[in-house]
Design a binder for this molecule. Structure first.
Ligand code: IMP
Ligand code: MG
Length: 348
């Protein structure tokens, strides 16, 4: 998005609230190309890396030339995608040894190895930018760059596994704690480890509904052993001595003499886990271990041995990937932290 561009889509920030625009193309960003040779200069040798100490600049601390850039940066921050703002200028045309045309993409997303140039729908600008991009791709064939319309921000991120597309779903989320990729990678590791540890056995995976559904579905497909799967459901109710747990759906399969692996979404105080472990133990399994995706260890009251832990998480209320708040957010493909104003009082 260049500083001289006009916004043309109706849903964008009104002019009055826009930030002052910074003129960028007036200050030279690249030194002159080397002069000692008359031979054409290899473009890559003169492209200028601008200093960016952290590599990751939170949107609050960066001065953007255009509000849409700030909006895009906020989205990247939300998903935890590292970005650099205008990190590099690419000379495109030379007059003798003088660079007469340069192109500075708006963003570089180092995790995706991708430069991003934002644009509006205004046709004249799109044509000009497409032309520059074509030139850039010719001169720098290794560079991966994308011209992005506002409506495509989320689609691009979804393509790289940062979802979901339904924006309404993420309104209550403060930020992504564990991205889809992080979760998938860890689940695969756990499945691999379990497959090794239970070699020659046929474990029964027992899940506690409903929070465990995504984790169970992914984990069982990462286990390369014959497994069987069963579910229990419980509910909490307030008794005379505080909250108690009741089984609302019992196991369907017998587990006596079986190697049981209890699969949990999250262990918080550990009270639920202790109750379920006691119950399962009373059914005389040959062995009983616990695999939990998330471990909110700082809140633990009842200690329970966890054989497999996906991630230790901070004392925040998390949702997504099966976990809910009032039955919402289960279908988010990532695990996010609920905004404090949305979270249950006990979690804040
Ligand atoms: P515990 O008995 O305190 O360990 O609670 C475990 C149960 O509380 C989990 O199975 C979840 O259903 C729920 N829970 C605890 N922390 C969270 C959270 O951060 N997000 C969603 N559910 C949670
Ligand atoms: Mg649960």
């Amino acid at each position: 998005m260049s500083a001289t561009e006009e916004q043309s889509t109706p849903q964008e920030t009104p002019k009055a609230t826009r930030q002052p625009r910074r003129r960028r193309r007036t200050t030279p960003k690249a030194p002159k190309a080397p002069v000692e040779s008359a031979a054409p200069v290899s473009p890559r040798t003169v492209a200028v890396e601008r200093p960016s100490p952290e590599g990751f600049l939170p949107s609050a601390r960066t001065r953007f030339a255009h509000p849409s850039e700030q909006e895009f940066a906020h989205i990247l921050d939300f998903y935890g995608v590292a970005w650099d703002y205008e990190p590099r200028s690419f000379p495109l045309r030379w007059d003798e040894d003088r660079v007469v045309e340069m192109f500075t993409p708006d963003f570089y997303l180092k995790d995706l190895g991708l430069y991003v140039e934002l644009t509006t729908l205004k046709q004249s600008l799109v044509t000009e930018k497409n032309h520059k991009l074509r030139l850039l791709r010719e001169l720098y064939p290794d560079i991966n760059i994308k011209l992005l319309y506002r409506r495509d921000y989320h689609r691009l991120l979804a393509k790289y596994g940062y979802g979901p597309l339904a924006l309404g779903q993420v309104r209550g989320i403060e930020r992504v704690l564990l991205s889809t990729q992080q979760v998938q990678k860890r689940v695969a590791e756990l499945g691999h480890q379990i497959s090794q540890d239970y070699q020659g056995q046929q474990p029964v995976l027992v899940g506690v509904l409903r929070g465990v559904l995504c984790f169970m579905a992914d984990l069982m497909r990462e286990i390369s052993l014959p497994v069987s799967v069963d579910f229990m459901a419980i509910s909490y109710y307030g008794g005379d001595n505080g909250a108690s747990v009741r089984i609302t759906k019992d196991l369907d399969l017998p587990i006596a003499g079986k190697d049981v692996l209890l699969v949990e979404d999250i262990v918080d105080t550990g009270m639920t886990l202790r109750f379920i472990l006691n119950y399962l133990q009373s059914r005389s399994p040959a062995s009983l271990k616990v695999c939990t995706l998330l471990d909110k260890r700082v809140r633990r009251i009842a200690e329970a041995p966890l054989a497999y832990v996906g991630f230790e998480v901070p004392d925040e209320f998390v949702v997504g990937y099966g976990l809910d708040y009032l039955e919402r957010y289960r279908n988010l493909p990532f695990i996010g932290i609920l905004k404090p104003e949305e979270a249950p009082p006990s979690a804040t």
